[in-house]
Design a protein around this ligand. Structure first.
Ligand code: ADP
Length: 206
């Protein structure tokens, strides 16, 4: 299983700031950020998969596991063929996958998880506020209605949180997600930089 992608999972409830932190991290040399939410939103809305995505996400539900993992695998493979993602030199920062216990099992064949960054935000009302703000800024259908947002938070508690139990506790790093983007980024990098340096010692020479 040596040809698995070396990855760190960016983990946390909707609104905890995975997307913000992921795109900041993706600007750092040697890190490659990949978000399944962005992957799904980039699908053609008129395509079969695009319609499947809309049906689920507009209700705050997850896309079925097999479809999600199969699409993710094609997506990562395409990016590595095109040289956009370089598995030998880039640490893959996965945002939004695996998101259920079944996905975790399916993903094991493709990824070697070096760490899990768990953004902890326990203030539910603050999360709902952040998501409503984002809905207005980004016109996201899944954040537009409060009942859909609350459903997404419930789905997270019920289906996604158990994913953490799959990984050795030594791999899971809890990080307080309340604070400015810069402050949270600083805390993440304290964990990530040593993982990156240890596993990709020659990353910046290539
Ligand atoms: P957030 O992190 O705010 O929940 P994302 O942008 O990660 O939002 O995801 C948006 C939507 O895309 C989800 O509500 C879900 O419908 C779908 N989605 C993203 N990742 C997955 C996944 N791993 N499995 C199933 N559905 C997913």
């Amino acid at each position: 299983m040596t040809d698995r992608y070396q990855a760190v999972l960016l983990f946390g409830a909707p609104g905890a700031g995975k997307g913000t932190q992921g795109s900041l991290l993706g600007k750092i040399p040697g890190y490659f950020h990949m978000s399944t939410g962005d992957m799904f939103r980039s699908l053609d809305k008129h395509s079969e998969l695009g319609k499947v995505f809309f049906d689920y996400s507009s209700k705050g539900e997850l896309v079925p596991d097999e479809v999600t993992v199969a699409l993710w695998h094609q997506y990562v493979h395409a990016q590595s063929l095109l040289g956009i993602f370089k598995p030998v030199t880039d640490l893959l920062i996965l945002d939004g996958i695996p998101r259920t216990a079944a996905q975790t099992g399916l993903m094991d064949q493709y990824i070697d998880v070096l760490g899990v960054i768990h953004l902890v935000a326990n203030d539910r009302d603050e999360m709902v506020k952040r998501l409503s703000r984002r809905a207005m800024q980004q016109k996201r259908v899944d954040d537009a209605r409060e009942e859909v947002v609350r459903n997404r938070l419930d789905v997270y508690d019920r289906e996604t949180k158990p994913v953490l139990d799959h990984y050795d506790t030594a791999l899971v790093h809890d990080i307080d997600a309340i604070g400015s983007p810069g402050a949270v980024l600083g805390k993440i990098l304290q964990v990530l930089a040593p993982i990156h340096e240890k596993n990709f010692p020659n990353s910046l020479e290539n």
